[in-house]
Ligand binder design. Structure first.
Ligand code: NI
Length: 186
């Protein structure tokens, strides 16, 4: 089932997510719905707060991702579900990348982030992993992880860029934006 995506201005996007308690049929269905919602919107990552759930959960798929300038160099992964994730190590070296977000339609801005991370998480079968990610995987994971902390990518851009897009961001909270997928503000 395709779910509406909450847009900037929604309270849930500013809240800290809560740990997922354990496996359940509902959780399984929710994860399926999140993948379906993400694919329908041509996204590569989606966090639970973006569909209105205050849960430490996000999904990522780089199946369709292809960018020679910023390669997917953790190729053994195609798609993954991250439950109760914790980033336990970040490289000192950072790099910029122009990000976007399904909850912030129409805005793309450069964000500096660590190039590599190690994250501990449970997959959708509740198997625990501690995995090192690089390239695009590291990028998307950090973006989605921020959603669980109540942050969106425009919180992490330069002060100057923030000023330049502030009116656009504010208009968005009043419903002035366009997206070609189902959205809501609450
Ligand atoms: Ni996002």
């Amino acid at each position: 089932m395709i779910l509406p995506i909450y847009v900037n201005g929604s309270e849930i996007l500013k809240q800290t997510a809560k740990p997922v308690e354990g496996p359940s049929a509902e959780l399984n269905k929710l994860i399926d719905d999140m993948f379906e919602t993400m694919f329908a919107a041509d996204g590569i990552g989606l966090a639970a707060p973006q569909i209105g759930k205050q849960m430490k959960l996000f999904v990522v798929s780089l199946e369709e991702y292809d960018n020679e300038d910023f390669p997917n160099d953790t190729p053994e992964f195609v798609r993954e579900t991250f439950i109760n994730p914790e980033i336990i190590e970040s490289s000192e070296e950072t790099c910029p990348f122009k990000e976007g977000c399904l909850s912030v339609p129409g805005i793309n801005e450069n964000v500096n982030r660590p190039k590599e991370i190690t994250i501990r998480y449970l997959d959708r079968d509740f198997n625990e992993h501690e995995t090192h990610f690089t390239g695009m995987w590291a990028r998307v994971i950090q973006h989605e992880y921020d959603h669980l902390l109540g942050r969106i990518f425009t919180d992490s851009i330069s002060t100057l860029r923030k000023q330049l897009i502030s009116s656009k961001l504010k208009a968005m909270t009043h419903g002035k934006y366009s997206a070609r997928y189902r959205t809501k503000i609450k």
